[in-house]
Ligand binder design. Structure first.
Ligand code: C2G
Length: 128
């Protein structure tokens, strides 16, 4: 049972997120998603349209996702990898290199971002 872990805000869920989650799941058998809390989003300088509970529920409804946990600080990743017996960490390549410190604990994969879609673009196109 290969366990995969990824992190994100996942606001205004779109096909870039879905493709990321599908590829993340293909790296193993069990996918854990750590979704940023509203408080951590503020630390990341992000204001999400959907609150944490809604974003958590939407992720839990996705067939590739097996468990959703909160991401509430930058320093939790090593503990998460240990506490959830994670074999593989992955995230979009906009984070290329940022999480290489995890390599002593698990595999680290940076997956190509899906071009042409982002939460920011959706908000802009909708005039939000
Ligand atoms: N993503 C993607 N393609 C897009 C948009 C997003 O592959 N067009 C990926 C991102 O690379 C990330 C995931 O979808 O792996 C979630 O994206 P965000 O919600 O923007 O996540 P982010 O704010 O980058 O949070 O500790 C890590 C952070 O919490 C990551």
């Amino acid at each position: 049972m290969k366990r995969v872990l990824t992190y994100g805000t996942f606001d205004l869920m779109h096909y870039g997120h879905i493709r990321l989650l599908k590829r993340a799941k293909s790296l193993g058998d069990y996918l854990i998603v750590a979704v940023s809390t509203d408080e951590f989003n503020a630390i990341k300088g992000k204001k999400s349209y959907h609150n944490y509970e809604t974003r958590k529920k939407m992720l839990e409804a996705i067939r590739y996702v097996d468990l959703v946990i909160p991401e509430d600080h930058w320093e939790q990743k090593v503990d998460d990898v240990k506490n959830y017996y994670v074999d593989t960490f992955c995230i979009g390549d906009d984070w290329e290199g940022e999480f290489d410190f995890l390599k002593e604990h698990c595999e680290v994969n940076y997956l190509k971002r899906t071009k042409g879609i982002s939460t920011t673009k959706i908000k802009k196109d909708l005039g939000m």
